[in-house]
Design a protein around this ligand. Structure first.
Ligand code: CTP
Length: 389
């Protein structure tokens, strides 16, 4: 999954860009449409935001959105020239100047305009800067001429985007170390009973798998996982909060990205029995004492070069507000907020929907499989790591 800025400029082929958005969303990407006023003469911007499943609304810094790839389809002769010359007169051309990363362009124009030496020189300039041009293709144009000028088919553009992402993706985290905690700790009351929680470990396991896929050396500190650990990562068993604190703190200082996805018990029974307490008629009062806050300890010992990600399971908007405060208090870079008031996401479900709270603001990750949400969380962490090195 990648975050893709998709520019749409004015041309009859703008309607085909709708299909491109659909294909990219279906492939699991987060698409941010940047629709020029010229394109709006053909297809309204709302069509693209709806297909991209993005909230309608004005982000005044839309052109500064960090993305993994910028695509423009269709790309008119006019915007092609503006990109070649670095003009910044629309949200799209501004975004193109601010963008760092692969660029995929799908020109579409009249064949004579495409063949013009000026357009060809502009296209050559963009290619020389590393942009991938898909098409234009040969065929009949809308105005009834024949020649090279039609926009490439959406499937071909989507394929070029995937290829450009693949070229970038392998090893985006190569040479980096990632530490993930996952699952829920169990705090013994006696030899067979414990105080636990509903965490399955799915989210942390998905994060570990995605970090591994990106080439990182991954250690997974696992607290009672209900799902198998991914291949290729070092698994360290940590059934209790004390185990998790010991194993995590022993490794955190030497780690580039720490992802504290585990549901660590905040309290543990005082003086757990080592035998099994026999049943009798009297009440059993268990006193609970606080455990060490692992994330806060990592925050105290952290360096500025590290990226520390905490998780917060809380209720609704007040919970989100508390997550923001928690980020500062525990000195982490990001807090992944999970609204546990909802039954369809979060604890022990395959799907999740989270808000990643950072110093620069919140990023809403739409509902989807935990694997996709994990990729989106890692995109944010990876971006911070890149900025710091
Ligand atoms: N966490 C931790 N050690 C603990 C408890 C929690 O490292 N003993 C981590 C979790 O892994 C998670 C984050 O802290 O990444 C948030 O945990 P949460 O329980 O929501 O925070 P609390 O500290 O309990 O929140 P508050 O202090 O606001 O009640």
């Amino acid at each position: 999954m990648a975050r893709i800025l998709l520019g749409v400029t004015g041309g009859i082929a703008a309607y085909k860009a709708c299909e491109l958005v659909r294909l990219l969303v279906k492939a699991g990407h987060d698409v941010i449409p940047l629709v020029t006023p010229g394109a709006e003469r053909f297809v309204r911007a709302e069509t693209f935001t709806a297909l991209a499943r993005r909230p309608a609304g004005e982000d005044v810094y839309l052109h500064l959105t960090r993305a993994d790839l910028l695509a423009v389809a269709p790309l008119t002769a006019n915007t092609l020239a503006r990109l070649a010359h670095g003009l910044a007169d629309s949200v799209l051309t501004e975004a193109a100047l601010a963008h760092r990363g692969p660029v995929v362009l799908a020109p579409a124009m009249n064949p004579r305009m495409w063949a013009s030496p000026a357009t060809q020189a502009n296209a050559a300039t963009l290619r020389a800067r590393g942009a991938v041009l898909v098409g234009p293709a040969e065929g009949d144009t809308a105005e009834g001429e024949q020649g090279v000028g039609r926009m490439a088919e959406p499937a071909a553009i989507a394929e070029a985007i995937e290829a450009a992402l693949r070229d970038r993706a392998p090893g985006a985290l190569r040479g980096r170390t990632v530490l993930v905690t996952a699952g829920g700790t169990r705090e013994p009351i006696d030899a067979v009973r414990y105080v636990g929680n509903r965490s399955s470990g799915r989210m942390g396991v998905a994060l570990a798998a995605e970090a591994r896929r990106r080439g990182a050396t991954v250690t997974l500190v696992a607290a009672n996982l209900a799902v198998p650990a991914p291949a290729g990562v070092t698994v360290v068993a940590a059934p209790t909060a004390a185990d998790l604190a010991r194993e995590t703190l022993a490794r955190a200082a030497a780690t580039d990205i720490v992802l504290m996805a585990a549901a660590v018990a905040d309290y543990r029974p005082v003086g757990a029995r080592t035998d099994k307490r026999p049943k009798d008629v009297a009440s059993w009062v268990v006193e609970l004492e606080p455990t060490q806050d692992v994330l806060a300890t990592i925050g105290e010992q952290r360096t500025d070069a590290q990226v520390i990600v905490g998780f917060a399971a809380d209720h609704g908007d007040p919970g989100l507000e508390r997550a923001r405060a928690k980020r500062e208090r525990k000195r982490c870079d990001l807090i992944v907020f999970n609204d546990v008031a909802r039954a369809d996401i979060g604890f022990d479900t395959p799907d999740n929907e989270v808000t990643v709270v950072g110093a620069a603001g919140d990023v809403a990750i739409p509902k989807g499989p935990k694997e996709r949400v994990a990729a989106a969380i890692l995109d944010e962490a990876e971006r911070l790591l890149r900025e710091r090195s």
